[in-house]
Design a protein around this ligand. Structure first.
Ligand SMILES: Cc1ncc(COP(=O)(O)O)c(C=O)c1O
Length: 385
């Protein structure tokens, strides 16, 4: 009786929900499933952050509507963190906007700048809300293939003039989900130049900026000359502090872009639960050893997985950042069929590359979200399929 809107019909089903269904079904059958599909850290949130939430939750002052723009104290904690981490000075009143998780801001941002039929330049494969947010805003995702031969960076020179003219936004995400690729300085310089020349906004998604190995430290785009005119950067507390369920992140960068996103959000949500904001402050301003410990833990897991994959003869680059390993499907099989086979024959859940876009075909993504013993167990099972 009720017809879905055209926009909703255009949206592909959210990949992780589909995978979750298959996983639940297998678990309900009593099978011992190793889930290295979704990128959700398996470790708990550090105790001092939980304690900050508990204290704040007991205070009735925190039970009321929060400020849309986030608590000034949280914005200042973000400002200080940014300065320490990237040596970039942000104005906490005009250049920082707390979000109910970075996904929320990323998906809402296109509403601020796209008119019907405008393009977003979207990497493919990519984190799904780049396309979803574009479509819901009435825009069209213009795909930029991320290919191994280009180190999984978009080839900006290949974007035709007609597409540049229609484009209002370009999404980039380094360290990258799902490919785990990282960006170098020359790519960022070229990107900023491209944005200026074509009058296109850069959305830089830095959800994985703190998950890095072997001494590598990702940069903020805002460290580069000319970036502040064209960049909005999205950050998340989810992965850095094991806070995926808490829903807190932020956007920062160009003042006009920030205030446009704030205007969209003021019509949609009413801010982040104040107790969660106070916990966010504890995360950003408190001891940082935990985040360093998590990198060591993921690095060890990565090494176990990479050794195992190499001995199986599977092809994957060793990630310098993120907790994902992007693996070529052996013998070039279809990524969905191969993922289904792994679930069927080895009780292992992975994410089929095609779920991130058509250029993800021929790949699967594994996440380092189980302990080393389970990774070894998974590798043993893979040997037997
Ligand atoms: C690339 C990327 N950006 C953003 C997010 C969203 O993070 P948040 O929990 O802050 O919404 C994720 C989560 O998986 C991600 O992979």
């Amino acid at each position: 009786m009720f017809k879905l809107s055209k926009k909703l019909q255009e949206l592909p089903p959210y990949l992780f929900l589909e995978i979750d269904k298959a996983k639940r079904k297998a678990r309900a059958q009593g099978r011992d499933i190793i889930d290295i599909g979704i990128g959700d850290p398996d470790q708990p949130t550090p105790k001092h952050i939980i304690e900050a939430l508990s204290r704040a939750a007991l205070d009735p002052a925190n039970h009321r509507y929060a400020l849309d723009q986030g608590m000034p104290l949280l914005r200042r904690a973000i400002e200080a963190w940014y300065k320490r981490r990237f040596n970039v000075k942000l104005d906490p009143d005009s250049e920082i906007l707390p979000l109910i998780g970075s996904k929320e801001g990323i998906a809402h941002f296109p509403l601020a700048f796209l008119n019907q039929g405008d393009y977003s330049l979207v990497p493919d494969p990519c984190y799904p809300p780049y396309k979803g947010g574009t479509i819901l805003a009435g825009g069209k995702p213009y795909l930029m293939p991320l290919l191994e031969k280009n180190a999984f960076l978009p080839d900006l020179k290949k974007i035709p003039l007609a597409a540049r003219k229609k484009a209002k936004i370009i999404f980039v995400n380094y360290p990258n989900n799902p490919t785990s690729a990282v960006a170098d300085k020359s790519f960022y310089k070229e990107l900023i130049d491209f944005a200026h020349k074509n009058k296109i906004i850069i959305i830089s998604d830095l959800a994985y900026s703190e998950m890095c190995y072997d001494g590598y430290k990702p940069q903020s785009l805002l460290e580069f000359d000319g970036a502040r005119d064209v960049v909005i950067e999205f950050h998340s507390l989810s992965k850095t502090y094991n806070m995926t369920g808490w829903r807190v992140g932020w956007a920062c960068g160009n003042e006009k872009l920030i205030s446009a996103l704030a205007k969209v959000k003021s019509n949609i949500d009413s801010g982040i639960f104040s107790a969660v904001q106070l916990a966010g402050i504890a995360a950003l301003s408190g001891p940082q050893e935990h985040a360093e410990h998590m990198c060591t833990l993921f690095q060890e897991r990565r090494d176990v997985l990479m050794r195992g994959l190499n001995s199986l003869g599977w092809q994957a680059n060793t990630p310098k950042a993120t907790f994902y390993v992007w693996i070529k499907v052996p013998q070039g099989k279809d990524s969905i069929k191969f993922s289904a086979l792994l679930l069927e024959k080895a009780n292992i859940v992975v994410t089929p590359g095609i779920g991130f876009g058509k250029y993800g075909q021929g790949y699967i993504r594994m996440a380092l979200t189980v302990n080393k013993e389970r990774i070894r167990e998974a590798l043993d099972r893979l040997k037997k399929i």
